[in-house]
Design a protein around this ligand. Structure first.
Ligand code: AMP
Length: 197
């Protein structure tokens, strides 16, 4: 079972993806974490990724795909995974479909789109700004999201797997909504009662 989480930065996608993965006992694979780990390990790929991340740009697809595919090839991800922050471009989404088909995983079972307007997410990002970030970089991240990632909403809608969730509410409420939306889909693996921690 593959579930992907998409949404603007600051919409709460990481928190919700982690909760959902934990409730099902499946790996939570966040491309941002993988890229930051590569960068902390100072690998050649990590060093290259870091320059893009610092500027608020997307890391080039080839580099991101290499790192995410390595993670998906680990045995714990062989049956189910929750993907957070990946795919982030149409090319990545197409490539993910190819990899899933090639490896006999089928297809993306659900795409959870956590919706939140620009003003709300910029305010949230501003409140939790890290030392190495500026307001300009945060605004850039949002613009990049709109341009490169927002088209994924239509991509997954066309495939009939999109669940749109209003992210401008309490964390618990959003978590419950996601559980309910996915329970209705009859995914190969759902344990929605476990969502209420
Ligand atoms: P995140 O932790 O998801 O906010 O990601 C932090 C940064 O990592 C982003 O601003 C991008 O620079 C980079 N990144 C994460 N995931 C991807 C992806 N799927 N494609 C390209 N860049 C990514």
């Amino acid at each position: 079972m593959i579930v992907v989480f998409i949404g603007p930065p600051g919409a709460g996608k990481g928190t919700q993806a982690a909760r959902f993965a934990r409730s099902l006992g499946v790996p939570h694979i966040a491309s941002g974490d993988l890229l930051r780990a590569a960068s902390a390990q100072n690998t050649p790929l990590g060093r290259e990724a870091q320059t893009y991340m610092e500027a608020g740009h997307l890391v080039p697809d080839e580099l991101t795909l290499t790192i995410v595919e390595q993670r998906l090839a680990q045995p714990d991800a062989a049956i189910s995974a929750v993907l957070d922050g990946f795919p982030r471009t149409l090319q990545q989404a197409r490539r993910l479909d190819e990899v899933l088909a090639r490896d006999g995983w089928g297809q993306v079972d659900a795409a959870v789109y956590i919706e939140a307007p620009r003003t709300v997410v910029l305010e949230r990002m501003n409140a939790r700004r890290r030392a190495d970030e500026t307001a300009e970089v945060q605004a850039k991240r949002y613009d990049v999201y709109e341009r490169d990632t927002a088209p994924l909403v239509a991509y997954y809608q066309e495939r009939g797997v999109l669940a749109t969730i209003d992210g401008v509410r309490a964390v618990e409420t959003v978590t419950r909504d996601i559980a309910a939306a996915l329970a209705a889909r009859e995914l190969p693996l759902t344990a929605t009662t476990a969502m209420h921690e």
